[in-house]
Design a protein around this ligand. Structure first.
Ligand SMILES: [Zn+2]
Ligand SMILES: [Zn+2]
Ligand SMILES: [Zn+2]
Length: 281
């Protein structure tokens, strides 16, 4: 059995079997909902997953014709959801420390310019053949064009512009990032406090400061729960989830940090430097 939970722990679930399928999804919807390069989804039959404790409400967002996504209304983490017929459940791998390894990468055609797909598992531009899943129409890839760096949430209630070059970007494997992003790891770009300007929807932002955390704050859209930039006046830093960007940020993640905390089911397959904790320690 594997226990899953959102970042704040208000929503918990148990899975009673290994997933019958497990995909790393690179579609734009997953990039925005998770704020990362890809989301990892574990598929279960209804009798293999059950809610354990829920003390917060779930935010539902219909992201495509056949898909209503779910997330914690308190912290914004993606939580499990089912299809209309309720014969299939998916849980985000990022909310589990233990899980088997993914089968393949899907929707890689829509991969972001800043993210490299380096894993040796098969890669597809659609769902794999025989998955029984209906293909999603109308997907787009982030623009490769340069120019002012723009970002937005999935429902586009919130849009922002990055006003200065990124200082650095990291892939972070710490447990807060994994549970918050509900993904294998976070991919974050860093600018100064005033480095982001919201063009619309700033009043639609919700934030959750992780318990016992000095700074870690997850900021997300109230309506669609996409991860959004987190501005911290005290540190003077803005953390931008790279998955929320709509065009090429030019910067590329420099390294993998907090790899001591990495999910057991995820393998780092690129050649970037790896640091057990923070690179400045
Ligand atoms: Zn939560
Ligand atoms: Zn996806
Ligand atoms: Zn939104």
């Amino acid at each position: 059995m594997s226990i899953g939970r959102c970042l704040c722990g208000s929503i918990r679930w148990e899975v009673l079997a290994a997933p019958y399928a497990m995909y790393n999804c690179h579609c734009r919807m997953c990039q925005k909902i998770h704020g990362t390069g890809f989301g990892t989804y574990c598929f279960f039959h209804p009798n293999q997953i059950r809610w354990a404790k829920t003390s917060a409400t779930i935010t539902y967002y219909k992201s495509s014709k056949y898909l209503v996504r779910s997330s914690c209304s308190v912290c914004g983490s993606v939580v499990p959801y089912t299809n209309k017929k309720q014969d299939r459940w998916v849980a985000p791998g990022g909310c589990h420390d233990n899980m088997r390894k993914p089968d393949c990468n899907i929707f890689v055609l829509y991969n972001s310019p800043w993210h490299t797909v380096s894993s040796k598992i098969p890669s597809y531009d659609t769902y794999p053949e025989g998955s029984g899943l209906r293909n999603i129409v109308g997907l787009t890839a982030p623009e490769k064009t340069k120019g002012p760096v723009q970002g937005s949430c999935l429902c586009r209630n919130i849009t922002y512009q990055v006003k200065e070059p990124f200082k650095i970007a990291h892939h972070c494997h710490c447990s807060r990032c994994r549970y918050g992003r509900a993904a294998a790891h976070a991919s974050n770009g860093f600018v100064s406090f005033n480095g982001v300007e919201f063009q619309k929807g700033q009043n639609q932002l919700k934030s959750y400061k992780a318990a016992n955390a000095r700074y870690f704050t997850q900021v997300f859209c109230k309506a669609c729960s996409s991860l959004m930039p987190s501005q911290d006046e005290e540190t003077g830093i803005t953390v931008i989830p790279l998955g929320s960007l709509d065009n090429d940020p030019i910067i590329r993640p420099a390294d993998h940090i907090f790899v001591n905390d990495k999910a057991g089911w995820h393998d780092i397959t690129d050649s970037l430097p790896k640091f057990p904790k923070s690179p400045v320690d």
